[in-house]
Write a protein that binds this ligand. Structure first.
Ligand SMILES: [Fe+2]
Ligand SMILES: [Fe+2]
Length: 250
């Protein structure tokens, strides 16, 4: 992995964005600063999930849901905006983004299993730690490798433009794991709207469940189950699997 920073002498080396000043990243709205801020938030949410794992219950469920909502909107917008841009401007963009997409795919599969497990299950803690380890690896690949290369290639203005595009897509991205759908356009882009429309009402149902302390768990679970089945059927449409490389195909 490349670790030294590209300097004024133009050595061609790159450095992690982890410890650079925000101005060096192109300002707070650049894709580099936005990514780093989100990754830091993810760290805090994973810490909360670990803290609540022992006691389990609703607090742990809420903590895991917060991790999932951040992770899936963040990753969807990367796959829709950031990675296609990296493939356009970096000669090594294809293998680099494929490696990260493989991590995303693994996270989708692990969270799908984690969602089905209870904190009292013996394998729950291990599943959670495996998920968090892949997420850590994903963050390091981006902050130490992909994003520094983009920093060298794009102007600060282009980095900010990419930041705004990523942020906008993120606001309307699916919030759940969808392991069958393509990780690359056109299937990935086409999946956005139908899956968002199904995922976001499920989030509202979950919040309602949390607010009412599970008193209406029966009907809310039934509605959630119906939406989950619909999302599963949508995800399996052949059109939404178009563009998927064999490495992440399921
Ligand atoms: Fe990221
Ligand atoms: Fe990522």
């Amino acid at each position: 992995m490349v670790v030294a920073r590209h300097d004024a002498a133009g050595t061609g080396a790159t450095a992690t964005i982890a410890d650079q000043r925000t101005e060096e990243l192109g300002g707070q709205t650049s894709i580099l600063a936005r990514q780093r801020a989100d990754h830091a938030r993810l760290d805090r949410l994973m810490a909360r999930a670990r803290q609540t794992a022992e006691a389990g219950g609703i607090a742990h469920q809420v903590a895991l849901r917060a991790v999932a909502r951040l992770v899936f909107t963040h990753a969807f917008a990367e796959e829709a905006v950031l990675f296609p841009a990296a493939r356009r401007v970096l000669p090594e963009g294809d293998p680099l983004t494929l490696r990260i997409e493989t991590d995303h795919q693994e996270v989708d599969e692990l969270v799908t299993r984690l969602d089905r497990s209870s904190s009292t299950d013996p394998e729950h803690r291990e599943l959670m730690e495996r998920t968090f380890a892949v997420l850590d690896h994903d963050v390091r690949s981006e902050e130490d490798d992909l994003l520094p290369r983009l920093q060298q290639t794009l102007t600060p203005r282009e980095l900010r433009l990419l930041g705004w595009q990523w942020q906008l897509v993120r606001l309307i991205s699916p919030t759940r794991p969808h392991p069958v759908v393509s990780r690359r356009p056109p299937g990935q882009i086409l999946s956005g709207l139908p899956l968002t429309v199904l995922d976001r009402p499920r989030d509202l149902l979950q919040k309602l469940d949390e607010l009412t302390r599970c008193r209406f768990n029966g009907p809310l679970s039934a509605a959630d189950h119906l939406l989950a089945l619909s999302a599963d059927a949508v995800e399996r449409r052949p059109l939404l699997q178009r563009g998927e490389p064999p490495e992440t195909s399921r």
